[in-house]
Write a protein of this length. Structure first.
Lengths: 304, 326
């Protein structure tokens, strides 16, 4: 309780209450994450369980009763009678799961390599940072595509759908570690020379303990900012890969897969199958982006 | 200066060798090439013979060297899926992507500089604010959604422009161009806007902030004090000095334009190398994947190198400071 009270009284919480944009963005993110987590309880069907679908409900327009069954759906249905509202919530689950997992993976990898690179220095530093430089020459989406392609080539064809989600996480995570590594390395180089680190070294703490217990906590501010912005990037990257048909499989569609499916019906006038998933993706990415921007300004000592 | 150039060129060569190693490892370790080339009914002798013919029984460094030699002679292997030499397919597809990238870059450059200058001069005008807000949303929109939106408005609802393909093309030697026919010109508008929009907002914001900086500087104040007309101050004095970073960024972005063409080409079914790459991933066509990787890396490295060297040529301060001038 005490720590909660302290958190609510902190600088950051004060700044949050003063920023309407951040509050609206946080509210939208909270609603979307909540909807995705509790999807089974707030929808009437699981859209990916064929037993619960009625083909007669296909292509129902939003808010109008179906001409055969008389059922009506708030956001309409797609070609197979799936409630678009339910597909969005279930799709968002996949998008958020992939996004969060990829960012955590990139963060763990990037922070570790950045710490080691900055603390150990020398040849280790040169090698790690050279790799980072080379990877940074290429756009993240290209790196992710390539890793996805390689992983797909290695897995046997009959297991590809099963592992697709994990490959996606690996590909996006590996394409985004560089930012973490660079920032943590820079912060480590600064912290390394300070007196508390020298003191810790003097009393004989091991290098690992100094890196993890002493230096790491002092680099977490910028890491948090990068993690938030990376989350928005990861969600868009996942949607892009799935849209290109090399991401989440049709059996486990994410928002990107839904948009890919919806695009096929654009020409025949069933706009809602595409429109609502696109709006959901946009709201999610934009809100997370705004939160990241706000966090960057709020944690930046120069703007105080 | 010379030492700098030599160091940069050497660095580029090292990057290319590493990328080549990745591409080669793809060839060698992802999927068995013997499996892909020989059918179900094969004998041990067949396998041994092919292994010898392809040089797969030689040590790894020798194989890598042979691979590099092949690539430098334009031999990229044979596509598993189409059964044709990858080099032929690339030559056939490359003009489409390069034309798209060039038109997008041109669009991004012209509109980006114009809007950037406008929003800097009319800093607090309502139109400037509207443009800046729109650009913020534009940056957050994923490329493929922009493409779909444009298709919906201009192809489905209004029916003015085609939604897919390149239109009619004209063959000039080995280069097929879509820029000489009416249908080809119409077909390139939507993809070029989709691909160039992000770069356009980037250039616009860069020009705007550089312009605002320069407009505060002493020589602009002095030019105003001399009573020079506004237009001359803005365009002859201010804009000229903002162009160095703009050229650099645009140059560096050229590489990303070619990479992001993958997405645009998929949305519009544009028959370029990006669409080829996506198909090769879907069908695990390793030679095409590896060749695309090599091709795009060479482009990236060469572009970065040229931009670095141009920087030296354009900005005299850089070479002076290296000589110990400042």
């Amino acid at each position: 309780m005490a720590s909660l009270a302290r958190a609510l009284d902190s600088d950051l919480a004060y700044k949050f209450r003063r920023s309407p944009v951040a509050m609206v963005a946080a509210f939208i993110v909270a609603v979307l994450i909540g909807g995705a987590v509790f999807a089974p309880f707030i929808t009437t069907q699981n859209p990916f369980d064929p037993a619960q679908l009625n083909l007669m409900n296909g292509f129902t327009e939003p808010l109008t009763p179906n001409q055969f069954t008389g059922e009506s759906f708030i956001l309409g249905t797609d070609d197979q009678g799936r409630d678009v509202y339910a597909t969005i919530l279930y799709g968002m689950r996949i998008s958020l799961f992939v996004g969060f997992s990829a960012v955590i993976f990139a963060m763990v990898l990037g922070v570790t390599l950045g710490l080691v690179s900055g603390y150990v220095g020398g040849r280790t530093d040169t090698v790690i940072m050279r790799i980072a430089d080379i990877q940074l020459t290429f756009p993240a989406i290209l790196v992710a595509l390539l890793i996805f392609g390689i992983a797909k080539g290695i897995t046997p064809p009959d297991r590809r759908d099963e592992v697709a989600i994990w490959v996606l996480i690996l590909a996006i995570g590996l394409s985004e570690w560089v930012q973490f590594a660079r920032v943590v390395r820079g912060a480590t180089l600064v912290e390394k020379g300070k007196e508390y680190v020298q003191a810790a070294r003097l009393i004989g703490r091991s290098s690992v303990a100094i890196m993890v217990r002493h230096i790491l906590p002092n680099t977490l501010g910028p890491v948090l900012v990068i993690a938030t912005i990376s989350l928005a990037l990861a969600i868009i990257a996942e949607a892009t890969l799935s849209f290109l048909g090399v991401g989440a499989p049709p059996t486990q569609p994410s928002l990107g897969t839904l948009i890919r499916i919806g695009q096929e019906f654009l020409f025949s006038g069933e706009w809602w199958i595409l429109f609502f998933p696109a709006i959901a993706l946009l709201a999610l990415a934009l809100s997370v982006n705004l939160l990241g921007d706000w966090l960057r300004d709020a944690l930046n000592p120069k703007l105080r | 200066m010379l030492a700098f150039i030599i160091r940069r060129v050497l660095q580029s060569v090292v990057v290319l060798l590493i990328v080549g190693l990745v591409a080669f490892s793809l060839f060698r370790f992802v999927g068995d090439p013997i499996d892909n080339l020989l059918g179900q009914e094969r004998t041990i002798e067949d396998i041994e013979r092919l292994r010898g013919e392809l040089g797969l029984d030689q040590p790894f460094p020798v194989q890598y060297f042979n691979f590099l030699q092949g690539i430098s002679q334009g031999n990229f292997g044979v596509s598993y899926r189409q059964g044709r030499p990858v080099a032929d397919i690339l030559v056939e597809r490359l003009p489409a992507t390069l034309e798209l990238a060039a038109i997008s870059a041109l669009f991004a450059m012209i509109l980006g500089v114009t809007l950037g200058v406008y929003t800097a001069i009319r800093r607090d005008g309502w139109l400037s604010n509207a443009i800046m807000t729109a650009s913020l949303i534009g940056v957050s929109l994923p490329t493929f959604l922009i493409g779909i939106l444009l298709i919906y408005v201009f192809a489905v609802e209004l029916g003015w422009l085609p939604s897919f393909g390149r239109g009619e093309t004209v063959q000039i030697g080995w280069w097929s161009t879509g820029l000489l026919t009416a249908s080809g010109l119409k077909a390139i508008i939507l993809p070029a806007i989709t691909l160039g929009l992000y770069q356009m907002t980037l250039i616009m914001r860069l020009v705007r902030s550089e312009m605002l900086e320069v407009l505060r500087s002493d020589y602009v104040k002095f030019a105003r004090a001399r009573g020079l007309p506004q237009r001359s101050v803005y365009f002859r004095h201010a804009l000229k000095n903002t162009l160095v970073p703009v050229i650099t960024i645009t140059g560096l972005q050229l590489g990303s334009i070619i990479a992001f063409a993958i997405i645009t080409e998929t949305v519009f079914q544009w028959p370029g190398v990006g669409l080829l790459f996506i198909n090769s991933i879907q069908f695990v066509d390793i030679p095409v994947m590896a060749s695309y990787l090599m091709l795009i890396s060479v482009m990236f490295v060469v572009i970065n190198l040229i931009v670095d060297l141009l920087y030296f040529a354009i900005d005299p301060r850089l070479s002076a400071s290296r000589g110990g001038g400042h």
